[in-house]
Design a protein around this ligand. Structure first.
Ligand code: PLP
Length: 449
């Protein structure tokens, strides 16, 4: 609920960063690991709805949502109340050793969203990468095989197992030495850059052929492959959706060979695309689904949801101290109330609204190559030349920084794309404001082309 001192729209009162924000940035530089990558100098002081306020009183419209985490907006009263109530009752009781009713309650709700609700079980963790690690282990355990197949451009996390799958930017892997063996990467369908000229619906047939005719015949015998892991919409890789037929084909191949199909929905899940899971658009039935980010509205929680026949490991084979923390679960339950109670539908409606207004950007702006995505997971690819499709990370950065100075928060994605991933609570007025700011920033960057 917005109070009298709060606003729905951005208001920048000074050159950024302001004096108090500068102080925090200097403080941070003294003590915080330089590996963190800050695209522009936003210092968050408080958040409400789709707004972030900095310590100098500037307000920003948040179309980044803490990397698609704050699905219900910042500090939604329903979420805050659930967290406060639970924190006063029980904060922690290692779910790996003891029982508490919240774990099966949230698990039941997650399982109910699966295509065959009675056929799944859940393991809770704290972050996306932990869900990936657990899924790798489960797939290996269940199949007694060890080979893994992932996609170029994918991002699955930064711990050593998940990093072995991640193939997004070489800086994310550089100097970290030998990673997991037995991992092979294949191309991801990328219609805008499809060498064969296929469309967003048809791109990727040749990749399926490569997988079946080359990878599974020349590199890995299928009976050695534990899992294929895929993001239904590549997030960090550029907000690139996989066509429905492509996911269906992966499912067919996995079914044929007893390979686990792992859907990484860490970024795309929990209503963001207008359906609970992005794979729902393809009507498939995965073996293992990974979720995190938007599930907890900012509280650290992740889960992997696996078919019961797959999750048959023995006590002690996998565990965690904090996974299934009662306060995080309370936040996730409140989040699901809101997502299933209208925000998922709003994501679809507002996604269509925004697409309706920006779909023609490639014809209106010389540096916009492509606009793509689903629901409120929208990617805008910036190029120097629409004909050659030369990538323009410098212009992309200018657009993002220009938007920040006008009061709009967005993030980069892939080499040269912008990710638009607002909280699912936004309305038309906020969407119009964000579009206006983006257009001004694109126009400004275009002049320096
Ligand atoms: C698809 C996907 N998987 C996994 C991860 C890793 O999640 P975390 O940063 O919580 O470890 C991310 C993070 O961006 C992601 O987008």
């Amino acid at each position: 609920m917005i109070t009298a001192t709060e606003t729905k729209l951005p208001r920048i009162n000074m050159t950024l960063p302001g004096p108090k924000a500068k102080e925090v940035i200097e403080y941070d530089k003294k003590f915080i690991s330089p590996s963190l990558f800050r695209e522009y100098p936003l210092v968050a002081h408080r958040g409400y709805g789709a707004i972030i306020e900095d310590p100098d009183g500037n307000t920003f419209l948040d179309f980044a949502a803490g990397i698609a985490v704050c699905s219900t907006g910042h500090c939604h009263p329903h979420v805050v109340q659930a967290i406060q109530k639970q924190a006063a009752e029980l904060i922690h009781i290692a779910g790996t050793d003891f029982y508490h009713r919240h774990m099966p309650q949230l698990a039941e709700r997650l399982v109910a969203t699966m295509p065959k609700p009675h056929d799944y079980k859940v393991f809770f963790g704290n972050s996306g990468t932990e869900a990936v690690e657990g899924a790798i282990k489960l797939a290996r355990y269940a199949t007694r095989r060890d080979k893994l197949i992932a996609f170029y451009g994918c991002f699955h996390g930064r711990t050593l197992g998940s990093l072995s799958l991640t193939a997004s930017k070489s800086t994310q892997r550089k100097y970290f030495g030998t990673l997991l063996g037995g991992v092979e990467h294949i191309p991801f369908p990328y219609a805008y850059r499809c060498a064969l000229g296929h469309t967003k619906e048809t791109c990727g047939g040749e990749i399926i052929e490569l997988l079946e005719e080359q990878i599974l015949k020349r590199l890995f015998a299928p009976e050695e492959v534990a899992a294929i892991i895929v993001e239904p919409i590549q997030g960090e890789g550029g907000f690139i959706p996989a066509p429905a037929f492509f996911l269906q084909e992966l499912q067919r191949i996995c079914n044929k060979h007893g390979i686990m199909l792992i859907l990484d929905e860490v970024q795309s899940g929990v209503g963001r695309t207008g359906k609970m899971w992005a794979y729902d658009h393809a009507g498939i039935t995965p073996d293992i689904v990974l979720t995190a980010k938007g599930l907890g509205s900012g509280m650290p929680i992740s889960a992997f949801i696996a078919r019961e026949s797959v999750m048959q490991w023995k006590p002690g084979s996998h565990g965690t101290t904090y996974g299934g923390n009662p306060v995080c679960i309370a936040s996730a339950m409140a989040t699901l109330d809101l997502i299933q109670g209208g925000l998922m539908a709003n994501a679809q409606k507002m996604g269509e609204y925004i697409f309706g207004k920006i779909n023609d950007w490639p014809s209106r702006f010389k540096i916009v190559g492509d606009v793509r995505g689903k629901g409120l997971m929208i990617g805008v690819e910036i190029v120097r030349d629409q004909r050659t499709k030369e990538k323009a990370p410098d212009l992309r950065n200018q657009v993002i920084v220009g938007a920040f100075h006008r009061g709009l928060l967005t993030l980069e994605s892939g080499e040269n794309s912008i990710r638009i991933s607002p909280p699912l609570i936004i309305d038309e007025e906020q969407a119009d404001c964000a579009i206006r700011i983006m257009e001004e920033s694109i126009r400004e960057a275009e002049k320096t082309r």
